[in-house]
Each structure stands twice: as structure tokens, then as C-alpha cells.
Write a protein that binds this ligand. Structure first.
Ligand code: FMN
Length: 336
């Protein structure tokens, strides 16, 4: 199952492990890339030596390509420069203007992916020099860029930016979703929530358990978790923090229940109730109350698996779904 984009990226399968914040460390990325997909590491906020170390760990484990991801709402200069110096083969940017960064990515010989949430943003990203567009639909987990669902967004972006390749993101959690993404004209799928449940993901066990237990309707979209990243909507699992805020009538920042309260800690210090922090294994405290990022595909995520098994299962399921589609196209009836 190799698309033209797979050829261009040097991967075997059109399965991309999306950057999932602190959960996407080098172990997860290397496991996905080593299995023939494309893994990514989130490097936002890291010091140069930590960036070099993460890239070295990926390279020690696999010689396949990987993605270095940055969120443009934060100060990324040190980490970005270190990733380019370490010759990261693919750079991905999210949430901001790619224009100041694009020429530096190309000068370093890397490929630039930009995640967008609308047709308009896709056009601007291509004009800025993006080599590949990631079209993220509204059902996605984590921070959500636009307001249109994946099924409507992806083909519209494909048409708008052709021949620039497009990757589909948001709500894709099994091989049927992968097959659908390819049918929409995407060259690959960008999958976040499913990989939160991967054995190699750097997530707190309570967060992973919450993901495994949740149904699609258990997600909540709002600007609630605005600490460290203000005014950016995202999708999380409903929890006691969301419930208390809703019970209080959804008050504005400054007047929310437990505002400023410390709910957890890591080596850097306190984590406050409304901070946008992915619950990592090193965090101690009330994990349930934190930002439990998840997309609507969460109901399809049922068990913890090694990342390589997730890649293999997605590909096998997508093949089966495409064979079924082929039979229907040939006029045969489908089993119901
Ligand atoms: C836990 C979590 C953390 C995320 N952190 C980042 C990030 O650091 N950088 C980024 O570009 N996108 C981030 N995202 C968004 C994903 O890259 C991707 O667009 C999204 O997960 C796709 O939707 P899905 O979760 O339904 O698969 C995050 C998503 C999740 C679930």
C-alpha cells in the first residue's frame, strides 16, 4: 500500500504517527518509522541538547525518516535551529505563520509539512513554501485548528492545493479511516489519538486508561485549557475539570472553578488546573483533572499495543476496506 507520497517520503505505508506533544518522544517515533510508517517527535520548548539527544535516539533505533514537529505559538528558535543542524529530514509546523521558517527548512535540505484547518490556510501554507499539507479536521484530538470536519475538509484541500500532496488528520483511528482518507485523495493519514494508546507513547497510565475507556461522545471541544497556550481551541476527554466548569455556567478565564489551583507537578514545577499539558508518566498529582487530549476517534481505540502492531493493523484493515470498495465498484454486493 504505497502512495506517491510514500515514495516521496521514503516510507512503506501511508501511516503517520502525528506529533502528540510530550507523548511523542523518540521511542514512539522510532517504533513507527521502523515499522514502515512515519514517526514524529515533538520538539517544542526543548533545549538544543535535548533536541540533539532525541534525534540521536531515533537514529540509533532506525535509519528510516522521521518528522520533527514545532508549535509556532511558542518560542522555538533554539529547538528549531538544533533540529536543522542535526539534519532532521522532515519538519512539521503547526499553529502560526510558516513564512519565517520555510526557507530555513529548505536551506537545510529538509521537507516542510504544515498543518492547517481550512482551505484558505492551506493556500497560504503552499504560498509560504510548504511541500506537504496536513489537513486537520475538527474531530481531531489536541489543539484543533479549524471548524470543518475531516470528511469535508480533506477533499476540498486536495482540490485547492493540487499537485501539492495532502495528509488527512482528525478522527482516523483504524484502517477503515485510513482507507477513507486515501479515498478522499490524501496521500497518507496523520493519526494522533490512536498512538496515545501505543506502548511506547510517553503518557501517564491513567491518561492511557481514560483513552481506552472513552467513547466518541466523551470528548469536549473548547478553549478551556488555556494555561501556557491562550485562546487556542482543543479537544479533550470530559473530566472533573470540564464538568465543574460546565456546572458553573462555563465562566470566562479568571472566574473558573479552581482557577490557579495546582493539580499536579513535574520536575519543572507546578501544573495548574487549566494548563495545556499532556499527562506524561513523570507527572504526579491529579492526572484525571488535567488536559486529557483526545479526538472523536477515541471510541475506536480499545487496547494498548506496540506501535509497530498498530501500524500493521491499520494497513491490514485498510487493505480489507479497499478490497471491499473494489468489489462494490465492480458491481458485486457487499456483505452486510
Ligand atoms: C495528546 C496530543 C498532543 C498533541 N500535540 C501536538 C503537538 O505537539 N504538535 C502538533 O502539531 N499537533 C499536536 N497534536 C495534534 C495531532 O498532531 C493531530 O493533528 C491530531 O491528533 C489528529 O487527530 P486524532 O487525534 O483524531 O488522530 C496533538 C494531539 C494529541 C491527541
Amino acid at each position: 500500500m504505497r502512495t506517491a507520497l510514500c515514495e516521496r517520503l521514503g516510507i512503506d505505508f501511508p501511516v503517520i504517527q502525528a506529533p502528540i506533544g510530550g507523548a511523542s518522544g523518540p521511542e514512539l517515533a522510532a517504533a513507527v518509522s521502523g515499522a514502515g510508517g512515519l514517526g514524529s517527535i515533538s520538539l517544542t520548548g526543548h533545549r538544543a541538547d535535548a533536541v540533539r539527544e532525541r534525534i540521536e535516539v531515533v537514529r540509533r533505533r532506525t535509519d528510516r525518516p522521521f518528522v520533527a514537529n514545532f508549535i509556532l505559538s511558542y518560542a522555538i528558535e533554539e529547538a528549531f535551529a538544533a533540529a536543522l543542524a542535526a539534519r532532521a529530514p522532515i519538519v512539521s509546523l503547526f499553529w502560526g505563520d510558516p513564512r519565517p521558517w520555510a526557507p530555513r527548512v529548505h536551506d537545510a535540505g529538509a521537507l516542510l509539512m504544515v498543518t492547517v484547518g481550512s482551505v484558505e490556510e492551506a493556500g497560504s501554507a503552499v504560498a509560504a513554501g510548504a511541500d506537504v499539507i496536513v489537513a486537520q479536521g475538527w474531530e481531531a484530538g489536541g489543539h484543533v485548528r479549524g471548524s470543518v470536519a475531516t470528511l469535508a475538509l480533506v477533499p476540498a484541500v486536495v482540490d485547492a492545493v493540487a499537485p501539492v500532496p495532502v495528509i488527512a488528520a482528525g478522527g482516523i483511528a483504524d484502517g477503515r479511516g485510513l482507507a477513507a482518507a486515501l479515498a478522499l485523495g490524501a496521500g497518507a493519514a496523520w493519526i494522533g489519538t490512536r498512538f496515545v494508546a501505543a506502548a511506547e507513547a510517553g503518557v501517564h497510565p491513567l491518561y492511557r486508561e481514560a483513552v481506552l475507556a472513552a467513547a466518541a461522545a466523551d470528548t469536549h471541544y473548547s478553549r478551556l485549557y488555556d494555561g501556557t497556550w491562550p485562546d487556542a481551541p482543543g479537544r479533550v476527554l470530559r473530566n472533573t475539570t470540564v464538568a465543574a466548569w460546565e456546572a458553573a455556567g462555563c465562566p470566562a478565564p479568571g472566574a473558573r472553578p479552581g482557577e490557579g489551583e495546582v493539580v499536579a507537578r513535574d520536575a519543572e514545577g507546578p501544573i495548574h488546573r487549566y494548563d495545556a499539558v499532556t499527562p506524561r508518566p513523570d507527572i504526579v498529582g491529579d492526572i484525571e483533572a488535567m488536559s486529557l487530549w483526545a479526538g472523536q476517534g477515541v471510541g475506536l481505540v480499545r487496547r494498548q499495543q506496540p506501535a509497530a502492531a498498530i501500524v500493521a493493523e491499520l494497513v491490514a484493515e485498510a487493505r480489507a476496506a479497499m478490497l471491499l470498495g473494489g468489489r462494490l465498484a465492480g458491481g458485486s454486493s457487499a456483505p452486510v
